[in-house]
Design a protein around this ligand. Structure first.
Ligand SMILES: Cc1cc2nc3c(=O)[nH]c(=O)nc-3n(C[C@H](O)[C@H](O)[C@H](O)COP(=O)(O)OP(=O)(O)OC[C@H]3O[C@@H](n4cnc5c(N)ncnc54)[C@H](O)[C@@H]3O)c2cc1C
Length: 220
């Protein structure tokens, strides 16, 4: 999997801080842009839970080489925009699939997995000659690789990280979420200071389903 941050709102902290300050000021946000340490103001605002302010910060990621099993989970996040490689217009000529570690580390399982993938692609190529790609693709597996572009605002990203950096999330989407969090934290350590699963903020919300292995709080 390769995850790259393509773009983000420029001067993220200053813009979000100005938006927050404008709620309590007679002046518009354009007059409230702080050139020095806006993160101090922003940290206070975000800490209060005034999270609409960080919806003004938008991040766009390029994600490549993930499985369709992952993207099926990803696109359940509705407060986001996605553009995914089409299986109608991009021919999937050669086998390309994600191999879970449990499969890779088990020689028998790996042989079964690899052999099945080869047979699926053989059938797919044959079927593609008889019917349109949009119908031949029904043969392709969940493990098939894909590329996707994601845009989320910072509020949705915090929600996404809370759910998907958690041990209870599946390993592949957790790996994606953790990579995205590292990129976001580089841009705004303030907005993403508390980001991650609920245990980094002190409490697990999973009840009986808890992994029982809470992470250390971010601020420890
Ligand atoms: C560990 C795990 C296991 C899961 N297992 C399953 C499963 O077995 N089956 C399954 O179907 N899904 C499963 N899901 C997916 C899950 O149910 C959500 O669809 C997914 O996590 C998206 O979360 P969300 O709806 O909170 O987020 P988003 O769609 O990103 O929405 C963000 C927030 O906006 C608000 N919101 C958005 N849309 C609405 C709306 N229409 N009405 C009211 N409020 C809204 C909510 O507060 C929501 O939390 C699982 C998720 C996780 C993390």
């Amino acid at each position: 999997m390769k995850v790259r941050l393509l773009a983000h709102t420029p001067n993220v902290d200053a813009i979000c801080a100005a938006a927050g300050k404008s709620c309590y000021s007679e002046r518009p946000s354009a007059d409230l842009l702080e050139t020095e340490v806006p993160e101090k103001t922003l940290g206070k605002i975000v800490g209060m839970g005034h999270h609409s302010v960080i919806e003004h910060a938008v991040f766009t990621f390029s994600v490549e080489g993930v499985s369709r099993a992952l993207t099926h989970q990803l696109v359940r996040h509705r407060v986001a925009s996605f553009s995914q490689q089409s299986q109608r217009y991009v021919p999937m000529k050669d086998p390309s699939y994600v191999v879970p570690e449990t499969v890779r580390n088990n020689p028998e399982a790996f042989a079964l997995y690899e052999g099945t993938m080869e047979r699926i692609w053989e059938a797919y190529r044959e079927l593609s000659e008889a019917v349109p790609a949009e119908d031949a693709r029904y043969l392709l597996p969940n493990g098939c690789t894909t590329n996707i572009t994601i845009t989320m605002n910072a509020r949705e990203l915090l929600h996404f990280f809370s759910l998907r950096c958690c041990e209870r999330a599946q390993w592949e989407i957790r790996d994606l979420a953790e990579k995205m969090l590292i990129l976001c934290r580089d841009v705004s350590p303030t907005i993403f200071a508390d980001a991650g699963p609920p245990c980094v903020r002190g409490t697990c919300s999973e009840g009986k389903l808890s992994c029982g292995n809470p992470r250390k709080p971010n601020k420890a």
